[in-house]
Design a protein around this ligand. Sequence first.
Ligand SMILES: *[C@@H]1O[C@H](CO)[C@@H](O)[C@H](O)[C@H]1NC(C)=O
Ligand SMILES: *[C@@H]1O[C@H](CO)[C@@H](O)[C@H](O)[C@H]1NC(C)=O
Ligand SMILES: *[C@@H]1O[C@H](CO)[C@@H](O)[C@H](O)[C@H]1NC(C)=O
Length: 350
Amino acid sequence: MPPMRHPGLLLLLFAAALLAAPLSVAAWRPWPPRNETSAAAAGGLAGLAASKKFEGSSEFVKLQYHMGPVLATAITVHPIWYGPWPASQKRTIRAFLRSLSPSPPSNSSSPTVASWWRTVRLYTDQTTANVSATVTLGAEKSDARMSRGARLSRLDIQAVVRDAVSARTRPLPADSGGVYLVLTSPEVAVENFCGQVCGFHYFTFPSVVGYTLPYAWVGNSATRCPEVCAYPFAIPAYVHERKPEAPPNGDVGVDGMVSVIAHELAELASNPLANAWYAGTDPSFPTEIADLCEGIYGTGGGGAYTGQLLTDERSGAAYNVNGVGGRRFLVQWVWNPVLSYCSGPNALDQ
Ligand SMILES: *[C@@H]1O[C@H](CO)[C@@H](O)[C@H](O)[C@H]1NC(C)=O
Ligand SMILES: *[C@@H]1O[C@H](CO)[C@@H](O)[C@H](O)[C@H]1NC(C)=O
Ligand SMILES: *[C@@H]1O[C@H](CO)[C@@H](O)[C@H](O)[C@H]1NC(C)=O
């Protein structure tokens, strides 16, 4: 059976090809890119707060719809594990991905990961079709031996996706609704990782991969820059006022990745071809629905304050959503287009 392309995406292939210059559309920056000298000069936390988005800053935000597709049909996430990944870490990330759909029997107590995804479902396309409620864990691929080496450019990430969908044995399906999630282990250096980005999303070029497939990359920052990419489970050394939160699955790198994965999936679903939902006038540097809320995890969040979190009574860990199998996760909020502010299921005022 020939693989199908996303029906909505196919129409926009030509337009997408014209926009080919930038590779990434999302750069997640939990802390301003500031070194110790300049941070001290800016006065520690007060300085850090300066570039953060605030929960109630709606009048400044001009989120717009640019007529492109959203992921309105059932979404299947295909993880590609690049580098050595312990089984326990894979289990945590799989559990998060399995928690996104309101799958019966839903046995998680409120607030749930699926209720967090409900905000993403508020985004619609030209036909008024919403982002799909269904997000399932699809086939997976492992590249533990790092076939493209331990240093990857952004283009290499696309090549990793191509390798996975064109593999001789058990290729990942290039199917309608498929999104491809390249997850790199701590060994792997990725272009701009830690300095500017913790993850990004984009779509593959038909000329390179054969299809237009939305994909994202998220790196495990545990040994490289947890204070940049695993906030608030790690805090920069120069911020003496703050102690890191305990991670709900006991793994700073992976618990930090979960929120970045959530960020990228929310943006992939609402802006898969970089021509649907974003703020700002330049599609090369859009501000997308999760960018608007980075660093905000609960009521009152903004600046260097995460907002009101929940505390796991067993471990003391910080979390804000429940998932399958009794798992807990901390995920950032996303922009709510109905309320015109960042929202999440653990909000105190709903
Ligand atoms: C740190 O910031 C200061 C002040 O902005 C600058 O002069 C210095 O070159 C920076 N150091 C590094 C290593 O970037
Ligand atoms: C649902 O949750 C209850 C209480 O936490 C637990 O006892 C039960 O085994 C769970 N059921 C399933 C199907 O997971
Ligand atoms: C679809 O999006 C519209 C507009 O945001 C919203 O009013 C509606 O509740 C959404 N439907 C679902 C099922 O989420």
